[in-house]
Design a protein around this ligand. Structure first.
Ligand code: HEM
Length: 448
């Protein structure tokens, strides 16, 4: 069972690999690359995975034809996200759904969320215990959750919104490594998994959230078309495929759950890393404040989102702390790479964290130096916090926009210092997302 299907070098004790991966994913991948070279083979999440740690490997994976790969664990996650979830499907249905789901996260549609992001940033930061230490991660989690709920569901500060908050938070909390491990075991031990308490709890929370979603979709379908709304749920309800057909309620529901999971924690953790790095690099924060002060129209979200130094700071944070540091795919057609024949069925992964710390691309890779993004342009195979190819994150532009608006508004109003300025290891939070171990403790003061 544990004989590797390819002779790519790598550790051969599968259970140990998973334990080490769970404990410190980036350190484990780094050790493997140093010991075994590139590519290297590991056995994690019940699968053999060939890992690429340089831009050539990233290019080889991300430029494969869309029909040559599929999602990493489609069957495992389907009971939690639904059969139609974008993150799980492939081929023509994946292409069709991306076409429908992408527009709300770009251009003028995305810009409509600026006011919402700023209003909620003010609301949440006004509750900070000024002058006393607190974990900024609690702020970033609560804020990005409320933003995504308003942006994608469009339910604002009503009893319905409260019920959504409750159901979404309960569902997300249940989407934890324990439930994901149960999902991987379910094929082998269905009875054991389905009768376990965590699994039953996850299913019951999922079903409460789905019921709310179905009710909301049904209400949107009855709303008169002359009441246009900007939220993503409404846009999906009115969206049509090329042949004119609408998405089914079930399908919309699956996509909403995907957006919630893919869009909330990733942004929250990236923001936590941002406060950590800015808090321990006051000279960068000051330079950023000067850049903000030099804006022609300080309230203009468009001008802000194009500010070169703010862009460089955000890129440097995503480079040093990619919250999805490992981007896997399953091969459905064989692939040749550096003399290895990789058969269909095996998984391949691009290790963005390892590419982001290569000194030949990023000199002094462990130094926080936003200027590098002003001095040089990086290719999509050198800088890849949002993955790449036909599955590249559809929320990338929205996430960057959100992070920039939040950082700018907070830096204008508050000084935020970290209480522990030394390096924090990245640990797995939920499925494949990495966050600062133990959170980021800060002390904030209002600026004069
Ligand atoms: C800083 C924040 C974020 C980061 C770092 C991030 C990162 C990623 C990465 C690495 C992938 C995998 C790409 C691949 O397989 O090549 C991904 C996929 C995805 N992300 Fe994001 N993401 C972020 C925010 C968001 C937001 C705000 C949304 C939407 C609300 C979103 C929705 C998605 C979806 C739907 C996919 C699946 C795309 C597909 O399979 O076709 N993400 N993201």
């Amino acid at each position: 069972m544990f004989t590797p299907p390819v002779d790519v070098p790598g550790p051969r004790i599968p259970h140990l690999s998973m334990v080490r991966y769970m404990r410190e994913p980036t350190a484990f991948l780094r050790d493997c690359a140093m010991t075994y070279g590139d590519p290297f083979l590991v056995h994690v999440f019940g699968r053999w995975v060939v890992n690429m740690a340089d831009p050539e490997g990233a290019r080889a994976v991300f430029t494969l034809p869309p029909e040559a790969t599929q999602a990493f664990q489609p069957r495992t996650l389907a009971p939690l996200l639904g059969e139609h979830a974008l993150i799980l499907i492939h081929g023509e249905p994946h292409r069709r759904d991306r076409k429908l789901l992408t527009p709300p996260f770009h251009g003028t549609r995305m810009r409509a969320y600026a006011e919402l992001i700023r209003r909620l940033t003010r609301k949440h930061s006004e509750a900070w215990p000024l002058g006393r230490p607190f974990d900024i991660q609690e702020f970033t989690q609560a804020l990005t959750l409320e933003i995504i709920i308003e942006a994608i569901f469009g339910v604002i500060e009503t009893e319905r919104a409260r019920r959504f908050h409750h159901a979404v938070s309960a569902f997300i909390a249940q989407f934890n490594p324990m439930v994901l491990s149960l999902a991987s075991l379910r094929k082998a031990l269905p009875w054991l998994v389905e009768s376990s308490r965590p699994w039953r709890l996850a299913q019951s929370r999922l079903s409460s959230l789905r019921q709310l979603l179905f009710a909301e979709i049904s209400q949107r379908r009855q709303e008169p078309s002359f009441a246009p709304r900007e939220d993503i749920l409404s846009l999906l309800v009115s969206a049509r495929y090329d042949d004119g057909s609408p998405m089914s309620d079930q399908h919309i529901c699956d996509e909403m759950l995907t957006l919630l999971l893919a869009g909330h924690e990733t942004t929250a953790l990236s923001l936590s890393w941002a406060f950590f790095e800015l808090g321990r690099h006051p000279h960068v924060t000051e330079r950023l404040r000067s850049a903000l002060a030099s804006m022609a129209s300080p309230e203009d979200a468009e001008e802000l989102s194009r500010l070169p130094y703010l862009d460089a700071v955000c890129n440097e944070i995503l480079r040093m702390h990619p919250v999805v540091a490992w981007v896997p795919r399953t091969l459905v057609a064989p692939m040749e790479f550096r003399g290895y024949h990789l058969p269909a069925g095996i998984a391949v992964a691009v290790c963005s964290s390892l590419i982001h710390e290569r000194p030949d691309i990023y000199p002094e890779p462990h130094a926080f130096r936003p200027e590098r993004f002003i001095e040089r342009k990086y290719s999509p195979f050198e800088f890849l916090p949002f993955g790449g190819g036909n599955r590249r994150c559809i929320g990338a532009a929205f996430a960057l926009y959100e992070i920039k608006l939040i950082l700018a508004d907070i830096l204008r109003c508050y000084d935020v210092g970290v209480t522990r300025p030394w390096a924090i290891p990245a640990v797995e939070r939920r499925n494949l997302t990495l966050g600062p171990k133990g959170g980021v403790e800060v002390i904030a003061h209002r600026r004069p």
